[in-house]
Design a binder for this molecule. Structure first.
Ligand SMILES: Nc1ncnc2c1ncn2[C@@H]1O[C@H](COP(=O)(O)OP(=O)(O)OP(=O)(O)O)[C@@H](O)[C@H]1O
Length: 607
């Protein structure tokens, strides 16, 4: 991300890959997660309040049970057999409490599940929208595997948290609180025993928190790396197989997989000590409460019924701790996931929309670069200061050694990146002042890979202008010479690409992307020509398509073929980000400089 001075600011998603953060960063990351959570829950405030009422009612009703049992033992049983009234009343109250508790908890679970699912959907949408919104700079540094793991495994961890426990755990925590309060009111001394049991439990919890936080971050980081490695290998499978890299990539994958396994084992190790430790503390507390209470019953200072209620309360207090401990795992994992997702969501596009956009009412397509300076992030300067004017309608071919900065110029003119210094102007307007929909309509980039989306051929062409009619789509295909082969596909324009029968060759793919650009009809076209060599008829076809595409518009072509350079009005030879030769192809050949040499080499390669 570039600050106004051109230096790089740290990004929010930058800490993604670290397992231990310093205290301040850790706090900032947590604050960011909590803010996101608040933001997600805010629209559900009213229904959340309703859920809180339901769960509170259910917990209070549950806590009444042991107290009613103590009343039955100490008050109602001694009145028998003469007076069955108290026992019947207590029995009735017990039943009523059970019904209230059951109905309220059922309703609470349904309401809470609906909130959880809506929050998840909202988060999924936000992640998707955000990844589409972020600038190319972000995508070039944040690998697609990492984005995939944000959208898949991180959201899955949050789903597990919300589906698999949070709702129950909130109810359990409330029951525990009510139980502790109820017990203390019933018999303060036993309340004290319970509180004493909580002291070692609290220390154990602190130990667990400290260790598991690091372990869970580590687990998620390795899991993301595993996905990155897999996605990278699969997207580059051709290169992997062509260069015999299978064994090396497998070794790398194994190494990451082992680290992931070790991270998981560490978590199990921590849990293996935490859960039994808590259980032990709970049971010891029950024994102490029983011993102390039993002693007082013998002394005659405690009623038997109250002792029974005390034991029921203490047991009930510790019972959900196991569940909460297990839940803590899901919580840790989800908290780590939320940290990463919130980092992605907090990321701002580096290419900023203008506050007061300037329109281009009658675009002509004149391009001007004024002292354009550029460097990627903290990297070396790619363009030291480029001055260039391209009159409307001119076709300019950019040639030059690899790394000279040709693609960089293309990315600056199309505003996928902003220049670090200087300005890029279209018809005299700084492109930073043009709203992106207007800019994208007028300046279109056709990239090397000519990406085809799943869908029909017609749909792929219509990407250039979604409201185009079938006639316009076919006219565009005809104009660039794609109509012939499209008609020969099994279902013509309705053939699904990327499916059996819909496979298109590299040249045909380029023609489709030309048709797409033709339909979009931009004033300025930037074309990164594919380097893949086509057979001669294929090349001629593409060349003819290109010529019709270029007519009547300004074009910058990163040229890799002689035939392309020949149809250009002007050739710019670039070296280390500077124009070293500028002229028509014929002039440059006559001048006998670098272009002449390149041209000779191209001519040679044809014979
Ligand atoms: N996303 C990026 N992040 C950092 N550096 C980059 C990035 N893209 C390109 N560069 C660097 O910028 C310089 C210019 O690259 P550019 O892609 O513009 O060259 P090019 O002339 O188009 O080369 P080629 O013909 O090989 O495509 C190179 O040194 C390259 O390493």
């Amino acid at each position: 991300m570039s600050a106004p001075d051109g230096r790089r600011r740290p990004t929010n998603a930058e800490h993604d890959d670290e397992t231990s953060l310093d205290r301040a960063t850790s706090r900032a990351v947590r604050r960011r997660s909590i803010a996101l959570l608040g933001d997600l829950l805010r629209p559900h405030a009213r229904i959340l309040a309703w859920a809180a009422v339901l769960v509170t009612a259910s917990s209070a009703a549950q806590v009444a049970g042991p107290w009613l049992v103590s009343l039955a033992i100490d008050k109602a049983l001694p009145a028998l057999p003469g007076d069955v009234g108290p026992l019947a009343a207590i029995g009735g109250a017990y039943l009523a409490a059970a019904v209230v508790a059951g109905v309220a908890i059922g309703a609470y679970r349904r309401v809470a599940a609906r909130i959880a699912q809506n929050v998840l959907l909202d988060l999924r949408r936000r992640v998707f929208r955000q990844t589409q919104r972020l600038s190319l700079e972000f995508h070039e540094s944040y690998t697609s595997g990492r984005i995939i793991s944000r959208q898949t495994s991180d959201l899955e961890a949050l789903r597990e948290l919300l589906d698999g426990g949070l709702v129950g755990v909130i109810a359990s925590v409330l029951v525990m609180t009510f139980t502790a309060v109820g017990l203390t009111i019933l018999d303060p001394l036993s309340g004290l025993v319970l509180m004493t049991g909580l002291v070692p439990a609290w220390f154990l919890l602190r130990w667990f928190r400290k260790h598991s936080q690091v372990a869970y971050r580590e687990q998620r980081t390795w899991s993301a790396r595993l996905i990155v490695k897999f996605v990278e290998t699969m997207t580059g499978i051709r290169a992997v197989q062509a260069f015999n890299r299978e064994a090396t990539t497998e070794r790398d994958y194994d190494r990451i997989g082992s680290a992931y396994r070790d991270a998981n084992l560490r978590i199990f190790g921590i849990n293996g000590r935490f859960a039994p430790g808590l259980l032990l503390i709970g049971n010891v507390t029950v024994v102490v409460a029983l011993a102390a209470g039993g002693w007082r019953v013998l002394e005659g200072t405690l009623a038997v019924g109250v002792l029974v209620a005390v034991l029921l309360y203490v047991k009930r207090f510790f019972a959900p701790i196991q569940q909460i401990a297990m839940f803590y795992n899901a919580f840790q994992s989800a908290a780590a996931a939320l940290e990463k997702v919130s980092g992605l969501l907090a990321e701002e596009p580096t290419v900023v929309e203008p506050a007061e956009p300037v329109d281009l009412p009658a675009p002509r397509g004149e391009l001007r670069l004024e002292h354009v300076r550029f460097a990627y992030g903290d990297g070396p300067v790619v363009l030291p200061g480029l001055d260039l004017t391209i009159p409307a309608g001119q076709t300019v071919a950019l040639v030059g050694t690899t790394g000279a900065g040709k693609s960089t110029i293309a990315k600056l003119v199309t505003r996928f990146y902003d220049a670090t210094g200087g300005r890029v102007l279209v018809d005299g307007v700084d492109i930073r002042d043009i709203a992106s929909p207007v800019l994208r309509r007028n300046v279109v980039m056709v990239t090397q890979e000519s990406y085809l989306f799943s869908g029909s051929v017609a749909e792929n062409i219509a990407l250039g202008r979604p409201d185009a009619t079938r006639e316009e789509i076919e006219a565009a295909a005809r104009a660039v010479g794609a109509h012939g082969f499209v008609e020969n596909l099994p279902d013509g324009y309705d053939t699904e690409v990327n499916k059996r029968g819909g496979r298109v060759s590299a040249g045909q793919r380029q023609l489709l992307s030309f048709a797409r650009a033709f339909l979009a009809d931009p004033t300025v076209l930037v074309l990164d020509e594919a380097t893949s060599s086509l057979d001669l008829p294929g090349e001629r076809l593409v060349q003819r398509g290109l010529q019709s595409l270029l007519a009547d518009r300004t074009a910058i072509i990163i040229a890799h073929r002689l035939s392309t350079v020949e149809i250009a009005d002007r050739v710019l030879v670039l070296e280390h980000g500077e124009v070293v030769e500028d002229g028509s192809p014929d002039e440059l050949v006559d001048r006998g400089g670098r272009f002449a040499a390149l041209n000779a080499a191209w001519q040679d390669s044809l014979v």
